[in-house]
Design a protein around this ligand. Structure first.
Ligand code: AMP
Ligand code: ZN
Ligand code: FE
Ligand code: FE
Length: 477
C-alpha cells in the first residue's frame, strides 16, 4: 500500500489527538497554475520553433514529467496530515517513506496567526510556532484549514502546561485568551500513572492479576509492574489487563552505588522499564540475584532460628511462586504469622533492618552495569527512592547527576519514603539535568500500608521516558 501508516500509531500512550487535517486545497493552486503555465509554454514554444522530431519528442517528455510531478504532488497533499494533540503538533508526509515532523507544545514560547487576503477568501491561514531555543521540525504551518478553530484549541493545550509549570500567581501568558475558548485538550483529565508496584512475583501480597485489578479499582490508567529482580509477573499481569488500561513492564534491580562522599558503597534500587526480558545479561543477572536472595534469606532465617525465634526456612519459602524473588518481607510475614511481631513494619524496625544482627547482605549489581543492561535491552532506567533515608545511608545528589551522564533517564521524586524537603531537593536537581521526575506508590499489597497510586507520575514525564525505548511495547488492555 502506498498510503502511510495511520498517524495515530505515532501517538504516545498518554497522548490525545485534538485535530487531524490535511492542508487546505488552496496549497495546490500554485502547482495547478505552475503546471498549466509550463504546459502552455511548451505548446507555444513548439509552435514558434521550426518543425523537428527532436523538439517534438523533447516537448512531449517535458509535458509528461510536468504531469507526473503534478500527480505526485497531489498524492502527497492528499495523504499528508497535520495532527495536533494535547502534547505536540505533528506533520506526517511521504508516500513510500513516511516522515513525521513534530513540535512539542512544551517547547512553544509563542504562537502567531497570519492570514492573507486569499486565506480570508478561501478559509486558510498560517500558524507560526516559535520555540524555546531549539530548532524544531515545524516552525510554520501554511495553508491550515479552519485556522481560527485550530488556533483556539492549540494554545489551550500549551497553556495547560504553562499553568502547571508556572509558580502560583504567575501570568500564564497567552493562556488567558485561550481560556475563554477552552479547547478539547484542556477538558481531558490527566491519566493516573503509577510506575512502581510489586506483586507476589517478589515481596508484594497481590498476585499480578490482583495487582492489576486493584489498580483498575483505584482508577489507575497506566500501571507498571516492577518486582524485585524478576520479570516472572509480567505475563499474568498482561493477561489480566482490563480494557483501556495500559501496562508498562519493568523490574526493580538490586544495585550497589558509590555514595559520592568517598565512603563505602550503598545498596540502591534501580527501576528498569520496557527492556527485552530475554536479554542474556539481564536473564543471567536476575537469575543470579534470585538464587542469592534465597540463600541469603535462608541464612537470615537460620540465624534467627538459632536464637530461638520460631521461624523455619521451608515455611518462609513455601509461599514463593515459581520465578519469584525472595525478600525480607517474606521472613517478616513468617514472623508475623508466628506472633513474634505485630506487623511487617515492626519486623523491619526490630529485627530485619539493614545492619541488624540477623541481616545478611547480598551481592548486588553495580548500578552503572544495571543502567547499561537496561539500556542495551531497549529499556529506560529510573533511580528508585534515592533519598529514602529511613532505610539507611543514601547517595549524594551529585551521584545522581553523575548517573544521569551514564544513561540514567529518571529519578523517583515522589515516593512515600521521601521527606518533603528531599522531594524539593530532587526537583531542583532534575531541573538542572536531563533527568525526568517520576512519582510512584511502591505498592506492596498488605506488606506496606501505602495504597496504590498514593503517588503518581505526570503524563509528560512518562512520555519523555518512553521516547527512546525499543525493548517491549506498552501494552493496552
Ligand atoms: P530485600 O529486598 O530482601 O533486601 O528487602 C527489602 C525490601 O523490603 C524493600 O524493597 C522494601 O520493599 C521492603 N521494606 C523495607 N523496609 C520496610 C519496612 N520498614 N516495612 C515494610 N517493608 C519494608
Ligand atoms: Zn519490595
Ligand atoms: Fe525499592
Ligand atoms: Fe519497590
Amino acid at each position: 500500500m502506498l498510503a502511510p501508516r495511520e498517524i495515530d500509531e505515532y501517538l504516545l500512550p498518554t497522548e490525545r489527538r485534538v485535530i487531524r487535517v490535511r492542508q487546505h486545497w488552496a496549497v495546490m493552486m500554485n502547482h495547478v497554475s505552475s503546471t498549466a503555465l509550463f504546459l502552455l509554454a511548451l505548446v507555444i514554444g513548439e509552435r514558434l520553433l521550426p518543425d523537428s522530431v527532436l523538439i517534438d519528442n523533447l516537448a512531449w517528455y517535458l509535458a509528461l514529467v510536468a504531469v507526473l510531478r503534478f500527480t505526485i504532488l497531489t498524492i502527497l497533499w492528499w495523504i499528508e496530515r497535520i495532527v495536533i494533540t494535547d502534547k505536540r503538533v505533528m506533520l506526517a508526509q511521504g508516500i513510500i517513506t513516511h516522515n513525521v515532523g513534530m513540535m512539542p507544545l512544551g517547547k512553544v514560547t509563542d504562537l502567531t496567526f497570519q492570514r492573507t487576503l486569499g486565506g480570508r477568501m478561501f478559509g486558510y491561514g498560517t500558524i507560526v510556532v516559535e520555540s524555546a531555543g531549539q530548532i524544531q521540525a515545524l516552525n510554520r504551518i501554511d495553508y491550515l484549514p479552519r485556522p481560527e478553530e485550530i488556533y483556539e484549541r492549540c494554545p489551550s493545550s500549551c497553556s495547560a502546561r504553562r499553568a502547571r509549570r508556572a509558580p502560583p500567581g504567575c501570568s500564564p501568558g497567552r493562556a488567558g485568551a485561550a481560556d475563554e475558548h477552552p479547547g478539547l485538550a484542556s477538558s481531558v483529565p490527566h491519566p493516573r500513572i503509577d510506575l512502581h508496584t510489586h506483586s507476589t512475583a517478589s515481596d508484594g501480597t497481590d498476585r499480578p492479576a490482583e495487582l492489576v485489578a486493584v489498580a483498575a479499582e483505584a482508577g489507575v490508567d497506566v500501571l507498571a509492574i516492577t518486582d524485585h529482580d524478576t520479570t516472572a509477573g509480567w505475563a499474568e499481569a498482561a493477561a489480566a489487563l482490563p480494557a483501556g488500561m495500559r501496562l508498562l513492564r519493568g523490574a526493580e534491580f538490586s544495585c550497589v552505588s558509590p555514595t559520592g562522599r568517598g565512603d563505602r558503597d550503598v545498596a540502591v534500587h534501580l527501576l528498569g522499564y520496557q527492556f527485552d526480558p530475554e536479554h542474556p545479561a539481564i536473564v543471567a543477572e536476575q537469575a543470579r540475584l534470585r538464587a542469592e536472595r534465597v540463600e541469603r534469606l535462608r541464612r537470615m532465617t537460620e540465624k534467627m532460628a538459632a536464637d530461638g525465634y520460631p521461624v523455619d526456612p521451608d515455611a518462609v519459602f513455601s509461599l514463593l511462586p515459581e520465578g519469584a524473588s525472595a525478600g525480607r518481607p517474606h521472613l517478616a510475614r513468617a514472623l508475623v504469622a508466628a506472633g513474634v511481631v505485630g506487623s511487617v513494619s515492626e519486623a523491619f524496625a526490630t529485627l530485619l533492618y539493614n545492619g541488624s544482627p540477623y541481616f545478611v547482605p547480598k551481592t548486588d549489581t553495580p548500578v552503572r552495569t544495571a543502567i547499561d543492561m537496561v539500556r542495551s535491552a531497549g529499556g529506560f532506567a529510573v533511580f528508585a527512592h534515592p533519598l529514602a533515608r529511613r532505610r539507611g545511608r543514601v547517595v549524594e545528589p551529585s551521584m545522581i547527576a553523575e548517573l544521569a551522564e551514564a544513561g540514567l533517564a529518571g529519578v523517583e521524586v515522589d515516593h512515600p519514603d521521601h521527606a518533603p524537603e528531599d522531594r524539593a531537593l530532587l526537583r531542583k536537581l532534575v531541573a538542572g539535568t536531563t533527568l525526568v521526575a517520576t512519582g510512584s506508590s511502591d505498592y506492596h499489597g498488605t506488606n506496606k500500608t501505602t495504597p496504590i497510586a498514593a503517588e503518581t507520575t505526570h503524563p509528560e514525564a512518562l512520555e519523555e521516558l518512553l521516547d527512546v525505548t525499543t525493548g517491549v511495547e506498552v501494552l493496552t488492555g
